[in-house]
Design a binder for this molecule. Structure first.
Ligand code: ZN
Length: 263
């Protein structure tokens, strides 16, 4: 077995939290074996910035999209620019998109409109969709199932998954992958660990969702999460799957490369 090589499938590397030391963050990721990562766009500006980072950094890819919590502030032309960026060779995914009833930054019908646009765009360019779901599980499933009825299975991921087994299994049936972030390691997340333990190994991804969701044991000790910290969530998954970290790396990296078509 070779040296473990991980993919952080969801980080916000162009967040202002990383403004001072992106180079250091990327170097620490490499040193930790996190050799590939997706920097996730949440606005037109951050989607452009993620692509610029990906263009100049081997091992980094971008997603382009408008996050539900930012949809209300999008300008009229922004979506047309996102559509144009989606063809970029380093745009590996569409999003992040989805629905969020926890925050009230964007009227819900506007969130639904943008989620539908991203579903359309992902199919148009044949790239996977990155889905954010917060306190909106029934709404997400309703829209995904309507889309599935018309168009069939969709490539993509339910990112930073916190739902139950039935939601995970519904997502898998629609064609999606399920991605776990640092929450998997939290003391109060026994139910989530039970879900992760039971999912098919070839449909699970790992992510940091940095700068958010610092995993245990760093939680509380550091304020900012970063891709190098993926290995703690990975260690948790390894114990749930009764596998070595190296075997989990091999499996989840193969999954990420298959979904996002990474070399
Ligand atoms: Zn995110």
């Amino acid at each position: 077995m070779g040296i473990a090589s991980w993919v952080d499938t969801h980080g916000h590397l162009t967040d202002e939290a990383f403004a001072d030391d992106v180079a250091g963050v990327l170097a620490r990721a490499q040193a930790a074996g996190v050799s590939r990562l997706l920097s996730i766009g949440t606005t037109l500006g951050s989607s452009r910035a993620c692509l610029e980072l990906a263009e100049r950094t081997p091992g980094v890819w971008a997603s382009v999209g408008i996050h539900p919590n930012h949809a209300a502030e999008a300008q009229t032309d922004d979506w047309a620019h996102i559509v144009a960026l989606a063809d970029h060779p380093k745009a590996a995914a569409i999003g992040e998109t989805g629905l969020d009833r926890h925050w009230d930054f964007t009227p819900f019908p506007v969130q639904e409109d943008y989620f539908a646009r991203h579903l359309w765009l992902a199919r148009k360019v044949h790239k996977p969709i990155v889905i954010h779901c917060r306190e909106a599980e029934a709404d997400i499933l309703r829209m995904l199932m309507a889309d599935h009825q018309t168009h069939g299975p969709i490539l993509g991921v339910m990112h930073s998954f916190t739902g139950g087994l039935s939601l995970a299994e519904a997502a898998l049936r629609l064609g999606l992958y399920v991605s776990f972030a640092g929450m998997l390691t939290y003391k109060n997340a026994a139910d989530l660990r039970e879900v992760a333990a039971r999912l098919p190994r070839d449909r699970v991804l790992l992510e940091t969702d940095c700068p958010y969701l610092v995993p245990v044991p760093l939680r509380g000790a550091v304020k900012r999460n970063e891709p190098a910290h993926l290995i703690h969530t990975a260690a948790c998954l390894a114990s749930l799957w009764h596998m070595t970290p190296e075997a989990v790396a091999e499996q989840t990296t193969a999954n990420a490369c298959r979904l996002f078509r990474l070399p």
